[in-house]
Write a new protein. Structure first.
Length: 130
């Protein structure tokens, strides 16, 4: 399976294994009779997903262009949003991906860099006319 980013194993997290059965207690030959452990694993996976997928205030320091729309829950790039020709979801429709890697990828994107150049060109053009 190919994917980007670091993969996290729930089994290496501190304190997660305390209620799980040992390897000796689990047989791969027969189905799990006690679904409590399956439910605990699913609950922990959901908890981790929800904890990670929310707006992080410190992003505003690292990504000066980042804006959060509290009503829609979307993330926007103030630079790309001001570019009427932007093809970036951060500028055109708003983004729903609340991962640092998505913000970093956007910052490196051609669309974002083009929007920065356009903004600088417009700014310099206005300064020359003044």
């Amino acid at each position: 399976m190919k994917g980007k980013g670091k993969q996290i194993s729930l089994f290496t997290m501190p304190g997660f294994r305390k209620n799980l059965p040992s390897k000796e207690d689990v047989s791969l030959e027969e189905p799990i009779k006690d679904h409590q452990h399956s439910e605990e694993l699913l609950h922990e996976m959901n908890r981790i997903s929800k904890a990670k997928l929310k707006f992080q205030e410190d992003w505003l320091t690292k990504f000066k262009w980042l804006q959060e729309d509290l009503e829609t829950g979307l993330l926007w790039c103030s630079i790309c949003r001001s570019d009427p020709h932007s093809k970036s979801s951060f500028g055109k429709t708003g983004a729903k991906n609340f991962k640092t890697s998505a913000l970093e990828e956007h910052a490196r994107s051609v669309a974002h860099r083009d929007a920065i150049l356009l903004q600088e060109r417009d700014k310099n053009g206005l300064e020359k006319c003044a």
